[in-house]
Design a protein around this ligand. Structure first.
Ligand SMILES: CC(C)(COP(=O)(O)OP(=O)(O)OC[C@H]1O[C@@H](n2cnc3c(N)ncnc32)[C@H](O)[C@@H]1OP(=O)(O)O)[C@@H](O)C(=O)NCCC(=O)NCCS
Length: 190
């Protein structure tokens, strides 16, 4: 399974990517905003994660589709994006993502999310995506709002970051397929 955008290839994880993953997610500023990323992050952590995700993708009906985000111009993995906790009966799934800090604020996650949302709604036929974000994660909250997600509520002291041990309030965002159809048009025009 591979998705392509102007500057990016969203593709399946490969063992050889471990160095790029350690570089990207091993950065404290990335790890501290994630729930289950250890810090410091070692080669063995990356290999365990990559093998787990390759195994999941081999299933007939995966519960999670993880894509590594490869920057075409550098042939380097600069991030990852995932739709997971897929429930085909309810038509729902959750999304998560990160970008290597060196590549922040270039519109890469916006570009990747457009492709992922299209994939989730049109290929997996989901009708709703959930996105729980630490309340104090300024960049990720901004990203959800830009993509048309609606803030539906706040859950207090619900998630702990593995990297920091800190407990966070969570902003709960939701995106419906019909909202995405409208939002997509304005995002593509930008
Ligand atoms: C959140 C993250 C993925 C954003 O990636 P990115 O490629 O830098 O995002 P983009 O360049 O596509 O920006 C998307 C929008 O968010 C806004 N944004 C991004 N970083 C921001 C920041 N630090 N402060 C305020 N707004 C920010 C951008 O301005 C942009 O909106 P605009 O185009 O209207 O200006 C990245 O900051 C990251 O990896 N953070 C650490 C891990 C993380 O938080 N993951 C999500 C956890 S659920």
């Amino acid at each position: 399974m591979q998705l392509e955008t102007k500057r990016l290839i969203l593709r399946e994880p490969k063992i050889k990517d471990w160095k790029d993953i350690v570089e990207g997610i091993g950065d404290y500023d990335v790890a501290k905003m994630m729930v289950s990323v250890p810090y410091p992050y070692a080669k063995k952590d990356a290999l365990w994660f990559i093998k787990l995700k390759i195994k999941e993708l081999k299933k007939k009906e995966p519960n999670a589709y993880l894509f590594f985000i490869e920057l075409k111009s550098e042939k380097k993995v600069i991030g990852a994006i995932e739709v997971f906790k897929i429930d085909r009966f309810h038509g729902t799934g959750e999304t998560g993502s990160w970008i290597n800090k060196k590549y922040w604020r270039n519109g890469y996650i916006t570009e990747a999310k457009i492709a992922l949302n299209d994939f989730a709604f049109n290929k997996i036929k989901l009708r709703r995506l959930d996105s729980p974000i630490f309340k104090d994660n300024i960049a990720s909250n901004a990203t959800q709002i830009k993509m048309g997600y609606v803030l539906e509520g706040v859950m207090r002291k619900v998630h702990r970051s593995k990297a920091t041990g800190k407990i966070h309030d969570i902003n709960m965002y939701g995106l419906l397929k019909e909202d995405w159809k409208k939002k997509r048009i304005s995002l593509i025009k930008e």
